[in-house]
Every structure is written in C-alpha cells, then in structure tokens.
Design a protein around this ligand. Structure first.
Ligand code: G6Q
Length: 547
C-alpha cells in the first residue's frame, strides 16, 4: 500500500522547523562557532572526492535533525527508489526520469516498461565513440575531401547549455586543433557571428534537438544548410558529410535531409536539462575524446551511487537540498548565488539556472494543488573573483539574504605563479566575511570615524556552502553536475512537485508561433491580441516598412 504523505506544512518536522527557526534567529554564526570549536569539522561531508563544508549555514544540530526528519516524512527514500527503478515519476508527461541510466555501467539493468535500457545507452555511446574517433583523427572528410576543423552545435535550452558548459569546463582537455562553437539564439546575429570566419568545407554542424521541432533550432539549422550549400556550390549531397543530428525524432531528422546513419538517439525519459551526458554531449565527446567523456560519465555515476546509497546525514546532494529548503522556506532567502572560483566553470551558473529553475519553478504539487510555501529559488552567479568587484556588495551589506555556493579546487589546471593561492584565499575570505561580518566595535577599533562606522559594519550571518575538490577533471565535472541534479531532486521531493516537466517553456514554444505570421504577412492582418500587443505588432510592421 502506498504510504500517504501529509501536505508539506502539516508534516510534524515542518511545524517543528517553523518553531525552531525563531530560535535560530537569535543564534548568530559567531556565537555558534565560538561555542563549538569543532563545528567547522563536524558540519562537513565528503564523497567521491568532493568535500562539502556546510558549517557556515545558519543551523544547529537540531536544525539538521529536523531537516533529516522532514526528508523522512516527505518520503524522499521512496521517491529516490522510484526514480532509480524507472517508475514514471514525471507524472504530467507520464514519463520515467532516468538520466541516471545514461551513466549506468554496461551490464546494469534498468527497466522502462519492462525493457532494459542500459544496452541501448551503450550502443549509442559506442556509435558516438566511433564517429568522434573518425572526426578527431581526420578520417571523416567533408564533401570536398578536406578534414573537419570546425564543429558547431546548434541547439537551445537543454540541447545547448549543457554542451556549452561542458565544453568550457573541459576546454583544458579538448583537442585544440578543432574549433568548437555553439549557436542557440534565433537572433540571426548568433548564427552570423559564429560562422563569419569559418570555411563551410571544413565545418560540421550537429543539430541537437530532442523533438527536432523547436523553432529556434530548426530556423538555425535551415540557415546552416543554406550557408553550407552556398559555400559548396549548391550540392545537396554535401549535407550528409557536414550534418549530424542528435534527437529522439528520427522521422523529423530524415525529413530535414539528414541521413539517420548520422543520427544519435536518446529517449523520452531523458529531460532536456538532464541530457548533457546523453548523445546531446556529442560535441563534448568530439572536443575531449571518448575516454574523457566516459570519465565524465563515471563521475556522474559515482555521485549517483553515493546519492542512492549513503545515509541521508552523510549524503551530499540530500544535505545540499535540505539546506536549500531551509534557507528558502524558513530563512526567506529568494535566491542562491553560485560562485565558482575556477575560470573554466564560467558557464556553470548559466547551466545551473536551467537545471534548478526549470526543474523546481513550479506552483502546484504533484496532484495539482496550489502550494502554500515557496518552491525553487532563483539561481544566479558568476565566477570569482570577478563577482567580488560587483554584486558581492549586496550580498555582504544589502537587505536581502543570499546564500552562496562557493566552488573551488585544490589545484589549478593551468598553474601560474601565485595565482591559485590568491584565488583560493579569496574564496575562503569571502565565506568567512559573509558568516562573521564585522561589528561596530571592531570597525571603531580600526580608527574609523564615528559617522562612518554604520557604513562599515558587516552584519555577517550570511550562509554559504563551500564545495572543494582536488581539480576540475572530466570525472569531477560529472560528480559536480550530478550533485546539483540530485540536490534539485531532493528539493522537489520535499516540495512534492514535478521537477521534470516544463510547461512554462512549452508555452513559449507556441506563443511566438502565433505572432510570426502576423509580422511576416504582406498585408496587415486583423489582430486579436490585447491593445498593447496589437500596438507593438503594428509599430514593428511600420519600422520594417510593411503595409
Ligand atoms: C529542458 C527543456 C528545454 C529544451 C529546449 C530544446 O529541459 O525542455 O530547455 O531542452 O526547449 O528542446 P529540443 O531539444 O526539443 O529542441
């Protein structure tokens, strides 16, 4: 029999946390650290080479105990088991959620509708490997016999953000004789700027689209086809040598004119934002090579196993997820800043924005009831130390509470003089300053004139996590992404929402389609929008000189 789970705000742990929160407000981090010399060691967890220091969160042992109790009362274990077993937990689309199968080792069994999907995953990986080896070695030739020097991924959302992030993150391991670029925006500038200095005879396009119907991607793919054919004297045969597709929709791929021999498939149980380790990662594999790609998958899998098996109190994704719920729902934080102190992770915050906000930006529970608590916070961020010279001001002294995730590594991939020590000194100093601040007495003791004292006081008590790993390898990147994926899962499980649908994104896909003909028609059509939209459409038509 299915255990009934009480509505979130009626669960005993939730009520207890609400009461406990009042107490915590009176316990600043300064005091908590002063009274517990071991706090900085105790409130840490470690798995698969990733170290999480969560001691600078506004929590006590009791907070943690109650959060873990909340996980229990929310049926987190059962929900995890359901995901890993291939149950259709994406209820609004009636789909399994099995990105974990994408990194399952050969020989494992994960059933969807009674069929083991792991062999198919490995068949696609093998096909990607063969293709990547041929392109990277120069065996694969373009239509005129030249080897491929440029690879352009065309995709958007989940079919772009993961590949871009992974390419940037793993650039150190990439084949530098190949140029990798990404086109996502339907703004023609994206296409024009990316292709302007490239030779079509040496260029391979990967059209990445789960559905192969997304307007932006199909528009860019069509322009790519036109650009290629213009550069190759209109020879349609050339398409086969310069286009590959990554999709779940073979029919549409073929209708577009791409030979399905050059198509790499995935499945409806892979959500777009969870697909960077599927065939959507083809550009990543081309860049870093099959061995590094498999190391990335091994890193994902290691974190999956940790998430699946570790007790909750030692489970990194569970802890991060629960702390996020605490900050969001009890401390009232509306955002989370993600601050990687690693230049190669410069696109990681953008990637995480989609992963977290598309997953947990939901206003109803799994059974369609409006929630009476906050769900997914806004994620944003920039690499350190750059952010320190801009928006950190608000984090230190503004009126809002902004929990921070600092991400740092023991080693630089590109060591240079004292740079890495200085970089790391900054991470530690920021987390320290945010937690402990500076009192008026301390400011005065520095000889600050009285009238300036309030301006130079830092309240402290700003929560942060520090995630520390040895160095940014493909494996560690996999672990890091999986850490956040499962933290998102944990949060969604507590909030009892569907973290795997995206009706807001689907809405955007249909809305513009209605207006396109109204902008393109020869003569003005009878507009039936609101007066503002009608007016804007008419103005635009006038600007472009239409009737
Ligand atoms: C991801 C979303 C969305 C999707 C894009 C591209 O979870 O569903 O970002 O990835 O809209 O969709 P296609 O891959 O189908 O072109």
């Amino acid at each position: 029999m299915k255990a009934t789970i009480k509505p979130l705000t009626q669960r005993p742990a939730w009520k207890a946390l609400a009461a406990h929160h009042k107490l915590i407000k009176k316990l600043p981090l300064r005091k908590l650290f002063a009274e517990d010399a071991k706090r900085g060691q105790r409130f840490t967890a470690e798995a698969a080479g990733m170290f999480l220091d969560f001691s600078k969160n506004c929590i006590t042992d009791q907070t943690l105990k109650l959060l873990l109790q909340l996980a229990g009362e929310s049926g987190l274990r059962g929900k995890m088991d359901a995901m890993f077993s291939g149950a259709k937990i994406n209820v609004t689309e009636n789909r399994a959620v099995l990105h974990v199968a994408l990194r399952a080792p050969k020989g494992e069994t994960i059933l969807v509708d009674g069929k083991n999907v792991v062999p198919e995953v490995h068949a696609v990986l093998d096909k990607m490997t063969e293709f990547s080896n041929r392109v990277r070695s120069g065996e694969w030739k373009g239509h005129t016999g030249k080897r491929i020097k440029n690879v352009i991924n065309i995709g958007i959302g989940g079919s772009d953000l993961g590949p871009v992030m992974a390419y940037e993150a793993l650039k150190h391991y990439s084949e530098r004789s190949l140029t990798f670029r990404f086109i996502s925006n339907v703004d023609g500038t994206d296409f024009v700027e990316v292709t302007r200095d490239l030779d079509p005879t040496e260029t391979l396009f990967i059209i990445s689209s789960k559905t192969f119907t997304t307007l932006e991607t199909m528009t860019n793919a069509q322009s790519a086809r036109d650009w290629l054919l213009a550069g190759l004297g209109g020879e349609v045969k050339a398409v086969a040598k310069h286009f590959a597709a990554v999709s779940t929709n073979a029919e549409k791929v073929s209708a577009f004119g791409i030979d399905t021999v050059n198509m790499f498939g995935f499945w409806d149980w892979v959500g777009g934002r969870y697909s960077m380790d599927s065939a959507i990662g083809l550009s990543t594999m081309l860049a870093v090579g099959p061995d590094n790609f498999r190391a990335l998958l091994a890193g994902f899998h290691e974190m999956d196993e940790h998430f699946r098996t570790a007790p909750f109190e030692k489970n990194l994704p569970v802890l991060m997820g629960l702390l996020s719920v605490w900050n969001n729902d009890f401390l009232g934080a509306q955002t989370v800043a993600v601050l990687p102190y690693e230049q190669y992770l410069k696109r990681f915050p953008a990637y995480l924005q989609q992963l977290t906000m598309e997953s947990n930006g939901k206003h109803v529970t799994l059974d369609g009831k409006k929630v009476n608590y906050q769900t997914g916070p806004v994620y944003w961020g920039e690499p350190g130390t750059n952010g320190q010279h801009s928006f950190y001001q608000l984090i230190h002294q503004g009126t809002r509470l902004i929990p921070c995730d600092f991400i740092a590594f023991g080693h630089a991939l590109t060591p240079l003089g004292r740079h890495h020590d200085i970089l790391l000194a900054n991470v530690f100093a920021q987390a320290e300053a945010l937690a402990f601040g500076k009192t008026a007495a301390e400011v005065k003791a520095e000889g600050t004139p009285d009238r300036l004292v309030p301006h130079r006081v830092f309240e402290g008590n700003r929560p942060s996590n520090v995630i520390l790993a040895d160095r940014l390898t493909p494996k560690v990147l996999g672990q890091l992404v999986a850490l956040y994926e499962h933290s998102v899962f944990t949060q969604g499980a507590i909030w009892n929402i569907d973290s795997f649908d995206q009706w807001g994104v689907e809405l955007g896909k249909v809305l513009a389609q209605r207006i396109v003909p109204e902008l393109e028609s020869e003569t003005a059509s009878k507009l039936k929008h609101d007066s503002s939209t009608n007016n804007l459409i008419r103005r635009y038509r006038t600007l472009k000189g239409a009737k």
